[in-house]
Write a protein that binds this ligand. Structure first.
Ligand code: ADP
Length: 193
């Protein structure tokens, strides 16, 4: 079983890379952002509950997101492995994820830390704003998402560093090159096991 966390600021390309990783390694791609956007689109009570946070670029409360993740993990009980995209985003979420996985006797194997300069993040998100149709791809909201990343999510790097699981990936390169580097990191992980 291979469980991967893909970690990085908004706009770092986590979603794009996750899809490629999921396809190649046959993992279940769990994107909390996609999940919440789907709920908003369907106008469910969960969708309505999270809309305000997302549109301001704030994090959805931990308990809400943890419950959704718990449900997904139960849904895919026999999965060959997961790629966690956009989760965990806080220390509380990371601790909870470790506990949930532990109950099933599994753990996170590797955390891919995708590194991209701030200027480039803003450029990418502004660039995709037209096509993405995402209500949070607007300049003020983008800046807020980056600030919140720095305050609440960035500290997770230390959490996973302490567990010896972080691998840094240069996210400034082309999509294919970044993917190549990720594949190499996963290969290196598998051969040192
Ligand atoms: P990005 O990484 O580009 O910001 P995501 O699709 O991962 O995009 O997340 C979009 C929004 O969904 C976040 O700004 C946040 O409001 C909410 N969200 C997604 N995942 C989480 C999470 N794990 N905890 C709290 N909020 C989340």
């Amino acid at each position: 079983m291979l469980n991967v966390v893909i970690f990085g600021p908004p706009g770092s390309g986590k979603g794009t890379q996750s899809e490629k990783i999921a396809e190649k390694y046959r993992l279940i791609h769990l994107s909390t952002g996609d999940l919440l956007r789907e709920e908003m689109k369907k106008d469910t009570s969960l969708g309505r509950q999270v809309k305000n946070y997302i549109e301001k670029g704030e994090l959805v409360p931990d308990e809400v997101i943890i419950e959704q993740l718990y449900l997904k993990l139960s849904e895919y009980k026999d999965a060959p492995g997961f790629i966690f995209d956009g989760f965990p985003r806080t220390i509380v979420q990371a601790e909870k994820l470790d506990k949930m996985l532990e109950k099933n006797n599994i753990h996170i194997n590797i955390v891919l830390n995708i590194e991209v300069d701030e200027e480039e993040l803003v450029r990418r998100m502004m660039g995709r704003a037209q096509d993405s149709n995402r209500s949070d791809d607007k300049e003020d909201v983008i800046n807020n998402r980056i600030d919140i990343y720095k305050e609440q999510t960035f500290p997770l790097i230390n959490y996973y560093k302490n567990q010896g699981k972080i691998v840094n990936i240069d996210g400034m390169a082309s999509v294919d090159k970044v993917f190549e580097n990720i594949c190499y990191a996963l290969y290196a992980y598998n051969s040192q096991k």
